[in-house]
Write a protein that binds this ligand. Structure first.
Ligand SMILES: C[S@@+](CC[C@H](N)C(=O)[O-])C[C@H]1O[C@@H](n2cnc3c(N)ncnc32)[C@H](O)[C@@H]1O
Length: 235
């Protein structure tokens, strides 16, 4: 089985598992659904962004003032982290006045993510955008859904070779404001050295954005793991 087939087969098994329960088990209950996805993903070695790293990220998101209204995610997979972002933004805003856009390459994964996001009761605010993230980003910018200085948080969790080019595309479109945060997973394992070097150098390619970056540790299944949190301190 190819890597893509394995990933999609796991996603399908997760979908069947969740929808085998009575609908009111998870309907409109995002945190219960995230926990159930986490348990299944841990038991089946799925590549979702898991509970302790969500907790670390939540603390970082809570620091952002005013509370974040626009959140973009690179790598939606089954929608697990996107559901968590939706639940967190609902908590910090107190209402559904925000948008989470999650970019997912595989139409198969995207349709599973949509079902789970809808089940969580977040279908109106968490949007799955299918296709390569770079094209989706440009499309949303052209449509006016993403604006200059309008992205409060970006979460990077797709394939590592895209981390740096997609961050730089955000910069080129001028999406960040002072105080925007960029969270990245997997910078320790399997690693994204070009990305890390870039954010740690602290200055964007055009010299018009500066980052302060911190590697925050969270407990993993076998060892501690890192969420890289970079804050735009000047744009
Ligand atoms: C590690 S998983 C994301 C996990 C997800 N954040 C979660 O917690 O459920 C990576 C996902 O990124 C997607 N992906 C990889 N490269 C991509 C790209 N260039 N644009 C959009 N999605 C991409 C893959 O199809 C895969 O589903």
């Amino acid at each position: 089985m190819s890597r893509k087939e394995t990933i999609e087969t796991q996603a399908k098994a997760l979908h069947e598992h969740i929808f085998s329960k009575p609908e009111d088990t998870y309907a409109g209950r995002p945190w219960e659904l995230v926990k159930a996805i986490d348990d299944f993903a841990n038991a089946n070695q799925m590549m979702t962004f898991k509970g302790p790293k969500i907790e670390v990220s939540k603390e970082e998101i809570k620091k952002i003032q005013p509370p974040p209204k626009t959140f973009i995610e690179f790598g939606g997979y089954v929608g697990s982290s996107a559901i968590a972002w939706g639940a967190i933004l609902r908590e910090v805003n107190g209402t559904d006045n925000f948008n989470v856009y999650t970019f997912e390459l595989s139409p198969f994964n995207a349709s599973i993510a949509r079902d789970l996001i809808r089940l969580a009761g977040l279908g109106g605010v968490v949007h799955v955008v299918e296709g390569p993230a770079s094209a989706s980003l440009e499309g949303l910018f052209e449509e006016g859904k993403l604006k200059k200085g309008g992205v409060d948080v970006a979460f990077i969790d797709h394939w590592e070779e895209f981390y740096l080019p997609d961050l730089q595309m955000c910069e080129q479109l001028g999406l960040f404001r002072e105080g925007s945060k960029v969270l990245a997973d997997n910078t320790d394992f399997p690693g994204a050295p070009a990305y890390l070097e870039y954010v740690r150098a602290g200055v964007g390619a055009n010299g018009d954005i500066q980052y302060q970056t911190e590697s925050i540790s969270a407990p993993g299944k076998f060892r501690d793991t890192i969420v890289e949190v970079s804050t735009a301190i000047r744009v």
